[in-house]
Write a protein that binds this ligand. Structure first.
Ligand SMILES: [Zn+2]
Length: 144
């Protein structure tokens, strides 16, 4: 299990300031059990073009750290989305969408929607511990 008790609040606060670290964190969770190419099932990979992405060495298909996670195709920067997830999952208290909108400088409805999606996910997995939850949240794919 990647999410250990020693991942402190300070650790996450450091992550929040560094997009590449966030992507690595997401990638580490996503491929914790190893890489399997979604295109051909191959398990060998090399580094992709974008930070923490992986490229299949057989079919050359590249998968980003965020694809097939809750951060897939979001319309705002991943570090801002991660901040919303951090508040709910690690601090255990979300802010209002107005507050997020103000401090992240993104559209209030965008904040509201993303916040709601995480909250629904938390409600579905409410019995688990917070630090496990962030893993569940990250691996929950965006609604089709
Ligand atoms: Zn492949």
């Amino acid at each position: 299990m990647l999410i250990k008790e020693d991942l402190t609040q300070e650790y996450f606060e450091e992550l929040l300031n560094d997009k590449e670290k966030i992507l690595k964190f997401i990638a580490d969770i996503k491929w914790e059990e190893g890489f399997i190419c979604r295109n051909c099932g191959h398990t060998n990979f090399c580094k992709g073009k974008s930070p923490s992405s992986r490229r299949c060495t057989r079919c050359k298909k590249e998968e980003s750290a965020t694809s097939h996670t809750i951060f897939h195709n979001i319309k705002f920067p991943v570090e801002k989305a991660f901040y919303i997830a951090y508040n709910l999952c690690i601090l255990g208290k979300g802010l209002s969408s107005y507050k997020y909108s103000e401090c992240l400088a993104i559209n209030q409805m965008t904040c509201w929607k993303f916040n709601k999606r995480i909250q629904e996910c938390l409600n579905n997995n409410g019995k688990e511990k917070n630090r496990i939850n962030i893993q569940t949240i990250i691996m929950s794919e965006k609604d089709k």
